[in-house]
Design a protein around this ligand. Structure first.
Ligand code: UDP
Ligand code: MG
Length: 311
């Protein structure tokens, strides 16, 4: 019998956990009776009763496993922890969100594509009307920028962590020790035979989205900078461009010198200083981000700390 693992990061999801467990059980019982499965919930330092709910469920259902973090380490870390702990005997793993925005009714389709021979089946999200214009706009813009800055083409709407990974892909992910892992990019980079399927995202059933604007911005920045060094090249090109541009100024300086015309222009000097001051700080910042990454990587600080688990 083939085994499927399901990895579900959960942060303050006490209400959603029993619901998603039941939905997944329904899907497997009715449509996928030929598979066994395990559910790995990663409690990412929740402040509500998520942990109690998980312990209760685990005592009731043997397929329910949980990993409890010592604090909130973020969605990507939770996902990585879950994938790291997938059973060695599992044939495929599916990651999905706890809030039912990744509807379990698409699991059979993911498995079907995997059975056809695809190693990584990702999902392309078709937006429904309920999603805010701002979120749609920012995520589209983000993937455009990401495609530009990295050499990988992301499809519009792709990228949610609702994916199926073959055991071979999982073993590659387990080997990864990046301190600043950006899984969505990593799974693109990894290669293998990949296939995308469309899905209509559900509406978050209970609770609120845990991704604040700050977290979204941090994820976006982590995505670009852990995936590509092009921003560093950008700094170099900008520097080159402006030093070439400044040469255009030399003939005028000579002209002013020869004709002894008074060089006025306090305003232009100040604005130039301010502009280049800002640009230099910005570029220093970019270099700083990469330096920070090297710093945390060199320290080999773990991505997450596990407080308890039941397996
Ligand atoms: N999540 C997490 N840690 C966090 C934030 C979120 O484990 O710090 C989980 C959350 O429980 C959910 C998934 O990650 O299962 C996606 O989070 P959310 O629904 O808040 O994000 P959105 O759907 O708005 O992108
Ligand atoms: Mg969500």
């Amino acid at each position: 019998m083939k085994k499927i693992s399901l990895v579900i990061p959960a942060y303050n999801e006490e209400i959603n956990i029993p619901i998603i467990r039941e939905k997944i059980a329904d899907v497997f019982n009715s449509q996928l009776p030929q598979y066994v499965y395990e559910l790995i919930f990663v409690n990412d330092g929740s402040r509500d009763n998520t942990q109690q709910v998980l312990e209760q469920l685990a005592s009731e259902f043997p397929e329910v496993k949980y990993i409890e973090f010592s604090r909130n380490f973020g969605h990507q870390a939770a996902l990585k922890a879950g994938l790291n702990h997938v059973d060695e005997l599992s044939n495929a793993t599916i990651s999905l969100d706890c809030d039912l925005q990744h509807p379990p009714c698409f699991i059979p389709e993911l498995i079907q594509e995997w059975e056809k021979g695809y190693d990584l089946v990702y999902t392309i999200r078709r937006y429904d009307v309920s999603e805010s214009f701002f979120k749609k706009f920012t995520s589209n813009l983000y993937y455009k920028i990401l495609a530009r800055l990295s050499d990988f083409q992301f499809e519009k709407g792709e990228g949610a962590d609702f994916k199926l990974y073959d055991a071979r892909v999982i073993s590659e992910i387990k080997k990864n020790h990046e301190s600043d892992l950006f899984l969505r990019g990593f799974t693109k980079w990894i290669g293998f035979k990949q296939k995308g399927i469309n899905f209509q995202a559900g509406v978050r059933e209970n609770g609120i989205s845990q991704y604040t604007i700050n977290k979204m911005f941090a994820l976006a920045l982590a995505g670009v900078t852990s995936f590509s060094v092009k921003p560093l090249y950008l700094a170099a090109y900008l520097g080159l461009f402006f030093s070439l541009m400044s040469m255009l100024y030399i003939p005028y300086v000579i002209y002013a010198l020869v004709t002894k015309t008074e060089i006025s222009g306090w305003a232009s000097i100040i604005s130039t200083i301010v502009f280049f001051g800002g640009l230099q700080l910005c570029i220093l910042g970019i270099i700083g981000i990469y330096l920070g990454k090297i710093f945390t990587q060199v320290k080999e600080r773990p991505l997450f700390i596990i407080k308890s688990k039941n397996f």
